[in-house]
Structures are given as structure tokens and as C-alpha cells.
Design a protein around this ligand. Structure first.
Ligand code: 9MG
Length: 278
């Protein structure tokens, strides 16, 4: 696997674990709905994530939490584009855009974004074509169902086999559209249509996905799987569990860790990386 990924005008070095900081631009992320305040708050948060060591900022305007209200394409564009432009101007970090919308992918790419992160793995109509046009790397994430209903009754015969088959199918679809295989990253999608047991199996057997010979991205930060392990701990009490999950993921082959807690995660995964290299 080539451990150097070209992300627009920047190169991402994956020879040691990379931290992707989460920058959510959803109305409920801010106490005041005003545009200027939203932009200001987003930039302050971006500054913190970069200072803590994020190599990538993942900017998203659609909450994929169960029961979140869906956003329209126009709402996504209105929320994201000013933030992308301002972040691009101020920071030298790679920007990833968390979207499933073809129009958002194209608009973001024209403003200098370096990576597409699609929780629907380019299954929305027109997404394969738009992603191909951008020439950017793409993270294909697995999700069973849709965000509104995905946690109702997730079911698999064999979670590893089914997600592997899904990756094979999506990689083929990308290649048929002219997207080079080496532009792809894979993500099993912790918490997206999975029970705690499915998530634990995926974490324990993450190394099975190394057969694809593509970079693996994981995101477990603050998720309900951690709350369940901790017998109902609320979101703000899940940091230490998230750090140990991130370190285990890196030990089992993850290259990129998506997190809200950049500094702590960077330090936790450094231990796993040191062990792998010892
Ligand atoms: C947007 N988003 C929320 N959780 C995520 C995860 O686990 N992986 C990726 N790629 N994106 C996510």
C-alpha cells in the first residue's frame, strides 16, 4: 500500500497514525444561530483541533445521529462553504468534507478540500460521478440502513463477511466509474447500524480488513458503543473508553482515527504505534 495519499494540493503521510479532528457545523452545535457566530465558533474550534495535532479536519453539516433531522442539499451548502473557505484560508491542514451529496462534493472540491468522507459510500444518485470528477481520495464507510432507523434492529449473519462483501462491491463500483483504487479508504462504520456486539467484533477483527490493502479509517469517539460498555455513561464521560478503543484500533491496523478529542487521542495511539514498531 502506498502510505502517501495525495489530497488535492497536500500529501497525507500515513506511515504513522493520523488524527482526523471532528468539526461539526450543525445548528445545534452552537447556542446562537447567527451566521457570524457560527463561523467564528467553527474557526475557534478548528484552531484548537489544529493546535492539538489534527492532520485532517472533517467538516460536516449533517448530523448522522439516530433521530437527527435530515438536512437539505442547500442547507449543507449554506452551512459548509463559508467554513471551508475560511478554514482553507487560515490553516494548512487537509480538509475532509463529511457529505453524501454530489453537489456538496463538487462545490467543496472547487474550494480546495482534500478528502471526501461519505458515510453512504457514494450510493446516493450521482455521487460516484461527482466523486470521480473531483479526483480526490474518498473514504467509503459502511452503514446498515439509514441514520434515522439504523439502530432499530441491526442484523448480520456474519458482520465481518458482510462488510467485506460491501467493500468489494463499492470498490468495484468506484473503479467502474474511473476512480482509481488507490484513491480509496475504508471504514467499517462503528455505530452505524451495529449492536455493541457487532462493534466489538469489528474492533477485535479490524485486521481482517487489511486484505484490501487500503488505508483504514475508524471513528468511535464519544459513540454510544462506549456508553454501553460503561453502563450508560453520558457523552461527556466517554473519553477514556474512546482512547482505549482508538489505541486498540491502531494496534489492529487503523491508519486514521476520527475524533473530537485530538490531543488525548494522538497520545493514546502513539503508544499503539510505538508497540507496532518495536
Ligand atoms: C461522519 N462520521 C461520523 N462517524 C463517522 C465514522 O465513524 N467514520 C466516518 N468515516 N465518518 C463518520
Amino acid at each position: 500500500m502506498d502510505l502517501h495519499l495525495t489530497c488535492g494540493d497536500k500529501v497525507l503521510d500515513l506511515s504513522s497514525p493520523v488524527i482526523m479532528g471532528v468539526l461539526n457545523i450543525t445548528p445545534d452545535s452552537f447556542s446562537d444561530g447567527g451566521r457570524f457566530l457560527q463561523l467564528d465558533a467553527a474557526l475557534n474550534h478548528a484552531e484548537l483541533l489544529v493546535a492539538e495535532g489534527a492532520a485532517i479536519l472533517d467538516i460536516g453539516a449533517e448530523s448522522t445521529r439516530p433521530n437527527a433531522t435530515p438536512v437539505t442539499e442547500q442547507q449543507e451548502l449554506d452551512r459548509l462553504l463559508p467554513v471551508i473557505e475560511a478554514v482553507k484560508q487560515r490553516f494548512d491542514t487537509i480538509i475532509s468534507i463529511d457529505t453524501s451529496s454530489p453537489a456538496v462534493m463538487l462545490a467543496a472540491a472547487s474550494r480546495g478540500v482534500g478528502l471526501l468522507n461519505d458515510v453512504r459510500a457514494l450510493q446516493r444518485e450521482g455521487a460516484l460521478q461527482a466523486a470521480a470528477q473531483t479526483q480526490l481520495p474518498i473514504c467509503l464507510m459502511h452503514m446498515q440502513g439509514q441514520p434515522t432507523t439504523m439502530q432499530q434492529q441491526p442484523r448480520y449473519e456474519d458482520v465481518i463477511d458482510e462488510i467485506s462483501a460491501f467493500f468489494e462491491q463499492r470498490i468495484e463500483a468506484c473503479m467502474a466509474q474511473g476512480i482509481a483504487r488507490q484513491r480509496l479508504l475504508l471504514d467499517v462504520g462503528f455505530g452505524f447500524g451495529k449492536t455493541l456486539n457487532h462493534n466489538l467484533q469489528l474492533l477485535a477483527h479490524l485486521s481482517d480488513f487489511k486484505v484490501f490493502d487500503l488505508p483504514l479509517l475508524v471513528g468511535m469517539s464519544r459513540k454510544s458503543m462506549l456508553g454501553a460498555i460503561l453502563q450508560g455513561a453520558p457523552v461527556d464521560q466517554r473519553l477514556y473508553a474512546g482512547l482505549s478503543a482508538a489505541a486498540i484500533a491502531v494496534l489492529n491496523g487503523a491508519h486514521i482515527v476520527r475524533t473530537h478529542d485530538v490531543k488525548a487521542t494522538k497520545e493514546a495511539v502513539a503508544v499503539a504505534h510505538a508497540l507496532l514498531n518495536s
